[in-house]
Design a binder for this molecule. Structure first.
Ligand SMILES: Nc1ncnc2c1ncn2[C@@H]1O[C@H](COP(=O)(O)OP(=O)(O)OP(=O)(O)O)[C@@H](O)[C@H]1O
Ligand SMILES: Nc1ccn([C@@H]2O[C@H](COP(=O)(O)O)[C@@H](O)[C@H]2O)c(=O)n1
Length: 243
């Protein structure tokens, strides 16, 4: 069976990683959380008091940072390791969310992360989620989805998630963080967040997780079928997933 690349890009907290993880599991593909990589870099800068505007600090960080994913059977997911240490929980905290978009806008950081993502996904059979997967990392991906959801719904979902982990954060603070990250992510010069021309738009504001996963798996199966038969056209930006 031919293997494809599934690229899920979109705004903050709209369900990309939830979807990507479950789609990867159903397809028996590897899952790469590209946002976790930028979060891990942010944690390194934070812990070592490094400055983003000092080229020597950036160079030192990129020389010393090693990001890996390891499969955890207990959670049935890949967890993020920074220089051998499990940082999966730490990188999801608000103080990292508040800083990550500034870190991910640094050109050298992006180039290093994109190169690692391309190495990890080059054999195909991968689902990646992020901001620039369909535009920069794998512009040749067979299936590209651009996810979005109503900002208030996104914020409420994120608030519930943080609360479940014991972090109580106000809705207003979360809304501001999502808006700020989306703004920086869409306005940076290197690899800005944007919908690839051939990405399908998926608004999951009023969908369940199961529905969105089922939709993406169905689209992936279609693309795998096309790859089996030979090349065929991808979607266009006017298309919506599921139409
Ligand atoms: N359709 C849905 N209905 C309800 N909750 C959802 C839905 N999709 C995702 N969620 C929840 O929304 C929250 C954010 O989802 P997720 O972390 O997957 O988003 P994301 O796009 O990867 O976010 P970020 O880019 O900020 O990391 C999670 O708590 C997830 O369980
Ligand atoms: N391909 C990507 C993925 C992420 N980022 C930046 O990291 C931040 C955190 O990502 P999450 O998916 O975990 O929310 C995000 O806000 C971006 O700044 C990126 O630039 N490119």
């Amino acid at each position: 069976m031919p293997k494809i690349i599934v690229a899920l890009d979109g705004f903050s907290s709209c369900g990309k990683s939830t979807t990507a993880k479950l789609v990867a599991r159903q397809l028996h593909y590897a899952y790469i959380d590209t946002g976790a990589m930028y979060r891990a870099v942010t944690l390194y800068f934070y812990n070592h008091h490094l400055s983003l505007t000092n080229p020597r600090d950036v160079e030192k960080a990129l020389r010393e940072i090693q990001i890996t994913f390891r499969y955890q059977p207990e959670t049935a997911t890949n967890e993020t390791y920074l220089n051998g240490l499990n940082v999966e929980n730490e990188i999801r905290k608000m103080y990292i969310s508040e800083r990550v978009s500034e870190v991910s806008a640094v050109v050298e950081v992006r180039q290093a992360m994109v190169a690692q993502q391309q190495r990890m996904g080059r054999s195909k059979g991968v689902v990646l989620d992020g901001r620039d997967v369909g535009t920069v990392v794998f512009p040749e991906a067979e299936l590209k989805i651009f996810m979005t959801a109503d900002p208030l719904i996104r914020a409420r979902r994120r608030q519930d998630e943080l609360l479940a982990k014991g972090e109580l954060v106000g809705l207003e603070e979360i809304m501001q963080n999502l808006q700020k990250r989306d703004y920086i992510d869409t306005h940076r010069t290197e690899g800005p967040l944007r919908q690839a021309e051939d990405a399908l738009l998926l608004d999951n504001s009023f969908m369940t997780v199961d529905e969105q996963v089922e939709m993406v798996v169905r689209l992936a199966d279609e693309r795998i079928g096309r790859a089996l038969r030979g090349s065929g056209p991808r979607g266009t930006s006017t298309e919506q997933a599921g139409t």
